[in-house]
Design a protein around this ligand. Sequence first.
Ligand code: TMP
Ligand code: ASP
Length: 253
Amino acid sequence: MAPRRKKIYEGKAKVLYEGPEPGTLVQYFKDDATAFNAQKKATIEGKGVLNNRLSEYFMTGLTNIGVPNHFIRRLNMREQLIRQVEIVPLEVIVRNFAAGSISKRLGLEEGTPLPRPIVEYSYKNDALGDPLVPEEYIIAFGWANQQDLDDIVSLALRVNDFLSGVFYGVGIKLIDFKIEIGRVWDGDFMRLIVADEISPDSCRLWDIKTNQKLDKDVFRRDLGSLTDAYSEVARRLGVLPTNATNIKPTLIN
Ligand code: TMP
Ligand code: ASP
């Protein structure tokens, strides 16, 4: 029997294993879903398969337009090969329309267009519930410096332009999303690249005509079947065949 790969890290929705070559990792997508800092949990059959495919789709699209990211290639239904990075401990959030925490904080109706895309940061710390932090904290505590933040904003806005356009083309409004950023070194030279995943777990996606939610809010707010919502996104993007009714019979590697 082949030796089991060494587990490097296990998060709420993914597991990272040692990769086949130095500087690579295997990212495995679980079916687990959590919300509200893991107070709400479930296993949703097929979610990992869909997110593996969708993240591949978005990261490949970013590569094609020159936005550096960790994706190397998909290995199978649930795994992809990625570059090993040192994760910057921030959730970088971009918002185009008000929803979720900004709506609560500022009393804005969900769906209100924002005057321009807003980039904000949460400190990645489950025990603290990923608190929103200003740039001042990020720089003072050394999580990133001013140059890093300039690069992060530029990456985040390029990802926003790309994703907004791709979703608009299939009748979906990109309300907001979260990305994570990793550091890689080429010799002494450090670069920041997009890491983690891009999927309906980390975006808010509304149907343009009906405002139907096609993202993890379906799970957070008990609005129906999460796999149906994610399958719909995948189908519209051509990641699933258009006649597929659900992922089980059709998504074979
Ligand atoms: P928020 O409205 O709860 O602050 O979330 C903004 C966006 O970021 C939304 O698309 C969900 C995403 N997000 C994550 O993916 N993971 C998280 O831990 C949080 C807090 C938000
Ligand atoms: N991913 C976070 C959690 O599990 C927050 C969320 O997406 O609602 O709890």
